[in-house]
Write a protein that binds this ligand. Structure first.
Ligand code: SIN
Length: 532
């Protein structure tokens, strides 16, 4: 695999900023807002500034505020969902620092639903208490809107959209600069900065069906991997149990909060089934509910199951879940009368760029935050509504670290020249992309085995061999290469984990084994920097 996917030369436009943040979701914008105002920050969004996974988040943010709740209960629930692989110290940071960051978020103008003068708390699966703060069922959009509005008002923060981050330039495992494709002009640019914070999200688009937006192609993870960072826990891919299954829409989430408010699952015969799978029924951890649905779909030879919330009034549903209510209605489903057809879809990756407790990666001056990172908190299965919280807690930690140390760091003045290699191919890569998605869906989904994983590995290796011949000259080609790189890493990590744990279920190794109570990590073998 090439170290750099594209070349740069002395004519490539160079721009300087103190901190470059890649991604405009909660992790990117909150980090930017927490950095001292005397530091110049540039946020780059791959597409429009409001396109991110955060913007689609419905449920909310977990924080132990209710009577009888405490960080200890939140910690225990996170560990339980994580199936033995969550990092205890990191989880304590998450739950203990939740409250202060939520207060900060409220001070930045985010409006959560209130009840009796207090933040309203809803319930989601595997939480032992009601502890999810929310803005109806569009929490992510409310958070994004307010964080983006605050960022725009800050003199030290600049936002640019349609900027695709391709590679970071490193020397001796130290970050130097970032190569960007400006999609509007089609020209490459070099951003020179003291630090880069990668907050570019996950890789849902590796799958045919996902709740993720189109930008989620694993670019940040692939970029960091090429530069020599370690990727950890990549085999753990979370499938959200209840994504709308409609011929016109197979990516719209039906929030877990709907089950939190009592919705039940029924198979295509109208029968409830969750009690056959787990005593927590609909509120069992996400991996268990997703597998139960997958199993019922198989038993009943059906493409979906149904979510039933018809016992709630139309008024309640349209007020508490307006986005879900109206979206379903648009498709002819009145959720106060009709069951909602749902099926599991890729939703979140627990793995990512390995970071420490300040969001630092193994590459000096490269931080990672949010879904792209692996803090170790989520272990083998993320607890609902811990992801936005992780973006906040670690965004703040990263911002503090940068604010404290930036005077000691200088922007690198050296001009880097990177030569290009490969053949120019002009045919579209859409067929290759389709093959990647099909392979991942068929072989690296909710249920896996050696045969399927080996088939997938062979296909992905062949795909990588083809893509390695390319001289990349379009965003589509680079994105497809990133997808193949990450796909191969997910597959080889899943092959190496010969057990079942959390979101990783293997029919040939159905038990959880003590010998696998460890992380699987991937690091590029040779990280020679082909620059001069
Ligand atoms: C949901 O609303 O069900 C998603 C929440 C999450 O992914 O944490």
């Amino acid at each position: 695999m090439k170290r750099y996917l594209v070349g740069v030369d002395k004519n490539t436009e160079t721009i300087e900023t103190d901190v470059l943040i890649i991604g405009s979701g909660i992790a990117g914008t909150y980090t930017a807002l927490c950095i001292s105002e005397n530091i110049k920050v540039t946020i780059l969004a791959k597409e429009a500034i409001d396109v991110s996974n955060t913007a689609l988040a419905q449920g909310g943010i977990a924080v132990s505020l209710g009577d009888g709740d405490s960080p200890t209960y939140h910690h225990n629930d996170t560990l339980f969902a994580g199936a033995g692989l969550s990092d205890d110290d990191m989880v304590w940071l998450l739950v203990n620092e939740a409250k202060d960051n939520i207060k900060n978020l409220c001070d930045l103008g985010v409006k959560f639903d209130m009840s009796d003068g207090m933040l309203d708390l809803t319930k989601e699966a595997a939480h032992s208490k009601r502890r999810i703060i929310h803005a109806k069922d569009f929490t992510g959009k409310e958070v994004c809107d307010k964080l983006l509005a605050s960022s725009k008002k800050r003199n030290n923060i600049t936002l640019h959209e349609n900027m695709f981050a391709i590679d970071i330039i490193t020397e001796n495992q130290t970050y130097k600069a970032t190569i960007i494709l400006d999609q509007k002009t089609g020209k490459k640019k070099i951003y020179k900065s003291k630090y880069v914070v990668c907050a570019s999200g996950g890789f849902g688009q590796l799958y045919q069906i996902t709740s993720n937006p189109i930008i989620a192609t694993g670019d940040g993870m692939a970029m960091a991997y090429r530069a020599g960072a370690t990727l950890q826990d990549m085999e753990f891919v979370q499938f959200h149990p209840t994504v709308l299954f409609h011929k016109k829409d197979k990516s719209f989430l039906i929030s877990e909060a709907v089950r939190g408010e009592g919705a039940v699952l029924r198979n295509s015969f109208g029968e409830q089934f969750m009690s056959n799978y787990d005593e927590l029924k609909e509120l069992a951890p996400r991996d268990i509910v997703a597998r139960a649905i997958f199993s019922e779909m198989g038993k009943t030879q059906s493409d979906c199951v149904y979510l039933d919330i018809t016992f709630k009034s139309r008024k309640y549903l349209s007020e508490r879940f307006p986005k879900i209510f109206n979206t379903c209605l648009k498709y002819g489903i009145d959720i106060s009368k009709d069951y909602i057809p749902v099926a599991p879809a890729e939703h979140y990756c627990m793995g990512g760029i390995k970071t420490d407790l300040t969001g630092k990666t193994e590459i000096d001056r490269l931080y990672a935050c949010g879904e792209v990172s692996c803090t170790g908190i989520h272990g083998a299965n993320r607890l609902a509504s811990n992801s936005l919280l992780e973006g906040l807690v670690f965004g703040k930690r990263i911002a503090n670290d940068i604010s404290m140390n930036h005077l000691r760091v200088h922007i690198d003045k050296k001009n880097y020249l990177i030569s290009e290699s490969g053949e120019t191919y002009s045919q579209p890569v859409s067929e290759i992309e389709k093959r990647i998605k099909k392979t991942m869906n068929q072989n690296v989904g909710i249920v896996r085995d050696e045969k399927g994983l080996k088939t997938a590995k062979k296909i992905m290796d062949e795909t990588l061999d083809i893509l390695n011949l390319y001289k990349y000259n379009s965003m589509a080609q680079i994105q497809t290469a990133n997808m193949a790189i990450i796909g191969e890493i997910v597959i080889s990590s899943a092959l190496a984990r010969k057990e079942s744990r959390g979101a990783h279920f293997r029919t040939d190794y159905p038990n959880t084994l003590d010998s696998f109570k460890k992380h699987i990590t991937k690091k590029r073998e040779e990280s020679n920097d082909e620059t001069f």
